[in-house]
Structures are given as C-alpha cells and as structure tokens.
Design a protein around this ligand. Structure first.
Ligand SMILES: Nc1nc2c(ncn2[C@@H]2O[C@H](COP(=O)(O)OP(=O)(O)OP(=O)(O)O)[C@@H](O)[C@H]2O)c(=O)[nH]1
Ligand SMILES: [Mg+2]
Length: 701
C-alpha cells in the first residue's frame, strides 16, 4: 500500500457527504462504488468484481468469492464535495457490518436489481436504515439485464418498503439497448454513447416526449401532495418548477417521507453521474443531521458537529492489516490531531493517535487533523475495539456502541498441531475485537474452543481468515445452532433461603419468587437477545426487601438465565416476580441477595416445565419453475413450512420458515438439484420449539 504525505484541503462541513451503499447480495453495490471512484478520478481503471480488481472488495477472500464481506470506507472528491463512501456487504451473515456502518452514516444509496426488485435482504437493510433514521435515495441497477423492469422495481419499493417512491428518471431503451435516461427534473435526455464514461445532454427523444411529460406531471402531483411549498406552487400555476421540485425532494428525502428513485447500469457505467449529483443534492451533510448523543456518568449529553467542541469519535471498525492496526473513526464533534492523547471512554484507557489516514482507493494519505463530521482511519490505537468512543480526556463521553446480534451458529475449532494452540487462541481473540458479532468461548465440558457467529458463511470466512493470515492449520467441527430454553409452565411461591451464620461475617438472604412464561404477545427476544426475553419485577410490600437488594436479586436471576436446566442453554421468554423476602440486620448484603436470586431461579426453572427452542430462518428460494416440486419436497424434509410461492416469467420464488439446523449445506444441495440455477437467501427470524430428536437428552433432575 502506497502512502503519500500531503495536506488535504479542508472542506467545509456542508460539502461533506458520509454515504453508505446498501442492498441485497449481488445487487451491484461494489460495482456502483467502483464506478463512483472511477468517475471521481479516485481510480483510473475500472475494476470488476468478477476479476477481483475492485477497491472495496480488498480482502483476498472477497476477491476469491466475488462477494463483499467487510464494509469498506473510501474517500473521494467530486464537484467540490468530499464523499466518504462505505460499501457494505449484502449477505445476511454480515448484517452486523451494515449495522455498524449505518451507525456512522448520514445518508445512503439503496441499490436494487432491476429484474428482481426489492429482495429480502434489501428489505432488512431498509428497516435497519429506518431504525437509524438514515435518509436514502434509491438506485435501480442492472437496467441492461434481460427482464429489467424499472416500473416493477418502483412498485416493489412502494409495496414492500412502504414508502413513496419518486422516480425522477425515465429509461431510454431497454435491456441491451439501454443507453440513457430522461431527467424528469430538467426534462433533458442524458445519453451515454458506447465507450463513453460521461453522458451527453440533449433533447428528449420524440418517441419519449409524451411519456416523459406524463411522468413529470405525476411527479409534480405526488410531490405537491407531500410538500406544502410544492402544493402552493401547483395550485397557483398548475405546475411545479424544477427549482421547487428539487428543494422539495431534498426535504422529503431528509424526513424520509419519500424516496427519490434513479436508475442505470453500473456495469456499463450508465447512470452513475446523475446518481452522484442526486446524492450530493438530496442527502444530508453532517451539519444537517441531529447532534450525536452520549452519556456521561449516566446523564445524556449532546455534542454538535463543531470542530471547536471537545472531541467525541466512534470507532466503527478495526482492521489488522500489514500497515498495522487500523481503526476507522467517525468524528462527531471536535478535532482529532496526529500525536494527540485521547481517552477510550469505555475502558478509561488513554490511547495515542499515531497517524491519521484518509483512506483512498488503493492508497492511504496521511493527514494531520480530522474534524467533526469526517470519517478517517487512525493508526496507533493499542486496545480500542470496534464500538469504542474516543474523546477528549478532559471531557469524557460515551457514545452508544453499535448493537450486535447474538450469534446463532457455532463450530468447535482446534489447531491441528498442539504447539499452535496458543497462536490460534490469540488470533481468535484479535478477530473478536474486530468483529463483535463473533464470540469465542471454551466449552466447560469438552474443553473445546468454540467460535460462534451469525451463520455458516460468517464462521467459514472467519476461520479461513485466520488460516491465511497466520498460516495455521485449523480443524473445524460440524456447525451447531445455538439453542435456547423457555418456560412452558412455571412455578409460583418458590422459597429460597441463603443463610450462612457459622461465625465471622454471615450471609442472610431470603427470597420468594414466581417464574412464569412471558405473556402472549411479548417478544421472545429472538435474535436480538438481551432483555427482550426477560422481565423482572417486584411486588414486595412494606419495604421488607430494600430496593438495593431487589436489584441484587434481579442481577442474580440474570446470572441464572445463562444456563437453563435442559441442556445449559440460555433461558429466554421468562418473567420473574419477587413476591416476598426477609433480611437480617447484620448479615444481609447485596452479595447474599444476588446469590439467593441465582439459586432461587435455578431451582424454580428445574421445577418448571421447560421447552427447548431452536433458531429458525425465513428462506427465500428462487428456482426455475420446473424445479419447484423437488424444492418443496426438500424443504418439507428439512422441517420447513412454506409460507408463499409466486411464479413470474418461468421463475418461482418460494418463501418458507426453516429451522437453521436444517439449513447447513443447503446451498450446495440446492445448486445440485437445480443444475446451478437455484439460489436462496435466509434471514434469522427468531426461535421456535425444537422437536424431541434434536433435544440434548432428558434433563438431569
Ligand atoms: N448486467 C449487469 N450486471 C451487473 C451490474 N452491476 C453489477 N453487476 C454484476 O453483478 C454481480 C454482483 O455485483 P457486485 O457489485 O459484486 O454486487 P454487490 O451488491 O456488491 O454484492 P455483495 O457485496 O456480495 O452483496 C457482479 O458480477 C457484477 O459484475 C449491472 O448494472 N448490470
Ligand atoms: Mg459488494
């Protein structure tokens, strides 16, 4: 990697765009990113995913597999704007990368395949972006493909994403003959001549004039319905000017009331320039988004995107490369300088900023400072992990770290040579620091090292990374799903006394509790883990158990949730009520109550009727319609429940809910059943009761 030392021009914040590219797998995110880099002059040769020559699919596995695995940030400049782009992976196993990226983005380009329209993972990332309040514009890609249909794609955006799509372009030609677009805002034709990278602007072709007028009118009407200024103009003049439309589209994009839709073919380099123009015009700058919030000793604080404010920056990615340990930061407030000492607010460790890098295509250039609103990489951080907040030591603040889903699949890993065991353990620990959706633990019964993650592919990629980076030979066990346990019928009035009063400092805690299933309609916690699956409350009256001991009992119960009675799996879907208790004037303590809480709940669960749960996924299988019978039979054999099936132009799309445990190896099976013509995607949707055969034996009583 070449490094150049030069000062970057400091661009005012209004000219900065932090943008993500989001979509279902294979929609063309990396190709769009590559074309943007080419167009902005950041690269001089167009890279291709299938040749393994793109900038953002930089990792050897990404290049070998032809998919994006790691979100990659690159900067480029265009028309006086600095654009920090994050190309994200589309495969569901890497959704955590998308989640972390969304956390630091101000806007996004959602890419859709013009043949497939809105696909399952595009729907998931759209919801993720909704949760983060990230404004979006849409790009319907692959208009050159046979069967491409902009109108159908726009309809699927309306129907499946429940938003108002505002198409601002009309394609000129279709499929192989797709040569350009009519810009409905300017009412001009933009045409890409063969072999040309930029468009030529001209009059709308005669044959399309009528249709272009009709669509422009429709656009004006729809915008007028949503935007007061446009409505006013529409009422007064019975039309809306380009200027008013543009301003209205900008507002509607930022509030998320509507989504501007553009189209093109990234592969053929058509439609990218207007996409960039739209991104700059409609998507927000760091100054247009609300100030970031963090906490300081429990109190919420806001920090504005002001270079003069105290520093607050979020580490959203850590990547160990041959250049060193590279940490990617979004600076939210203040200024970060080379050589600064900053505070990792979570761990309270001081860290030194060795170098600050602007990551550009294929090379990194050193800069001396980075200000609020910017995305840069730094070298020199020793311990800060993905999710850490870096702040001014004199003004600490903890930004909420990106959330991480609970892993659903595990494999046992071991070094083939026992002398390598320690290296493997160190390498795994490093990997977990970079990717918090991976977890490592030692199985207490077998002593095996167990790696858990979001899916088969996620784990396969993780193990392969260690193999390649450390030249280790690693043995990998069969994948296992992460089971949970839940309560079918609980117990009430369970009494537990934790008493040790045989001389010295005594311990006394007496608790009475009920353990019941969460009420119907309560979220079982499913994939997001944590608190959604557990509710604790106290109905103790008369101060018989002081508040701090109640909290200690709750903490003890949470300890007990880690291992259920059926097979030591985490317990979910449980409500515990502390109904009574007693204290001792000298011997009671938080510790005693925590212990009592833990043992009380453990006993209560042993006495309850428990059910084993397994993770299930929603699967979407796309196959030629002559293969439907075989696929349905196979899904049934995998305990799948089919929920829908549609056929269009000889292609069937089947959706089903299938236990994750039955999906291992399904990709290979589907390929061979359909001579390579079938594809599928899956998305973990939660937990369902597991049938007896996969239960790990009867519970020990
Ligand atoms: N026909 C056609 N193919 C395209 C177009 N854009 C991308 N492709 C091809 O589609 C495939 C997937 O493109 P990528 O850019 O890797 O898609 P992606 O969304 O980054 O995929 P993931 O990162 O794996 O989710 C590649 O073979 C591209 O060459 C296009 O406009 N037209
Ligand atoms: Mg990609």
């Amino acid at each position: 990697m070449r490094t150049e030392l030069h000062r970057q021009p400091t661009s005012p914040l209004t000219a900065v765009r932090n943008l993500g590219i989001l979509a279902h797998v294979d929609a063309g995110k990396t190709t769009v990113t590559e074309r943007i880099l080419y167009l902005t002059g950041a690269v001089h040769k167009r890279g291709e995913v299938h040749d393994g020559t793109t900038v953002t699919d930089y990792d050897s596995q990404e290049r070998d597999r032809g998919i994006t695995i790691f979100a990659a940030a690159v900067s480029c400049t265009w028309d006086g704007h600095r654009i920090n782009l994050i190309d994200t992976p589309g495969h569901v196993d890497f959704s955590d990368e998308v989640e972390r990226s969304l956390r630091v983005l101000d806007g996004a380009i959602a890419v859709f395949d013009a043949v497939a329209g809105v696909e399952p993972q595009s729907e998931s990332v759209w919801r993720q972006a909704d949760r983060h309040g990230v404004p979006r514009i849409a790009f319907v890609n692959k208009l050159d493909r046979a069967g491409a249909d902009l109108d159908a794609a726009v309809a699927s955006i309306r129907d499946r994403l429940h938003t108002v799509p505002l198409a601002v372009q009309l394609p000129i030609g279709s499929e192989d003959g797709f040569t350009g677009v009519v810009d409905l805002l300017r009412m001009r034709a933009l045409v890409w001549a063969d072999g040309r990278d930029t468009y030529e602007e001209g009059q709308v072709p005669d044959g399309l004039r009528e249709e272009a007028r009709r669509r422009r009118r429709l656009l004006e009407e729809t915008v007028a319905e949503l935007h007061p200024a446009a409505l006013e103009e529409f009422c007064a003049e019975s039309s809306v000017s380009e200027r008013t439309l543009t301003a209205a589209l900008r507002d509607l994009t930022r509030t998320g009331e509507a989504v501007v839709v553009l189209c093109g073919s990234a592969y053929r380099n058509r439609g990218i320039e207007p996409l960039l123009e739209a991104a700059v015009a409609f998507l927000p700058s760091p100054l247009d988004v609300p100030p970031v919030r963090g906490t300081l000793d429990g109190a919420v604080q806001e920090r504005a995107a002001d270079p003069a404010a105290p520093l607050a920056a979020l580490v959203f990615k850590v990547n160990s490369t041959d250049t060193g340990r590279l940490a990617f930061l979004r600076v939210y407030s203040g200024t970060i300088r080379k050589g600064d000492t900053v505070l990792d607010a979570g761990t309270r460790r001081h860290e030194r900023i060795g170098r600050i890098l602007r990551v550009q295509a294929g090379r990194h250039s050193d800069v001396d400072t980075a200000v609020a609103g910017d995305i840069v990489a730094v070298i020199g951080l020793k311990a800060a992990r993905t999710g850490a907040t870096l702040c001014a030591p004199a003004a600490p603040l903890v930004l909420e770290p990106p959330t991480s889903a609970d892993p659903v699949v595990s494999v046992a890993v071991e070094a083939r040579r026992s002398t390598d065991t320690e290296r493997l353990v160190t390498a795994l620990a490093r990997l977990v620091e970079e990717d918090p959706s991976l977890r490592v633990r030692t199985d207490p019964e077998t002593g095996q090292t167990v790696l858990s993650g979001m899916g088969e592919l996620h784990l396969e990629v993780a193990v392969e990374r260690i193999r390649r980076a450390h030249e280790l030979e690693i043995g990998v066990g069969r994948p296992q799903v992460a089971y949970r346990e839940t309560v079918a019928r609980g117990v009430s009035g369970l009494v537990y006394r934790h008493v040790k009063q045989d001389g010295g400092a005594g311990q006394f805690a007496h608790v009475v509790l009920d353990a019941e299933p969460l009420e119907a309609g309560d979220d079982l916690g499913a994939n997001n883990g944590g608190d959604a699956g557990f509710v604790f409350r106290s109905t103790v009256v008369g101060g018989r158990v002081p508040q701090e001991y109640v909290r200690a009992v709750e903490a003890g119960c949470r300890d007990a949730l880690a291992e259920g009675p059926l097979g030591g799996h985490p317990v979910t879907g449980l409500r515990v009520t502390l109904t009574d208790g007693a204290t001792h004037s000298k011997d009671s303590s938080e510790m005693a109550f925590r212990t009592a809480g833990r043992f009380a709940l453990r006993e209560a669960l042993r006495a309850s009727a428990m059910v084993l749960l397994e993770p299930v996924a929603e699967v979407t299988v796309t196959v030629p319609d002559d293969a439907v019978g075989g696929v349905l039979g196979d899904l049934a054999a995998r305990r799948g429940r089919v929920s829908g099936s549609t056929t269009r132009a000889g292609t069937a799309v089947i959706t089903a809910t299938v236990p994750l445990a039955e999906l291992f190896g399904y990709a290979t099976r589907l390929r061979s059943r359909t001579q390579g013509r079938g594809t599928f995607t899956s998305r973990p949707t939660g937990y369902a009761p597991a049938p007896k055969p996969v239960s790990p034996g009867t519970p020990a009583r």
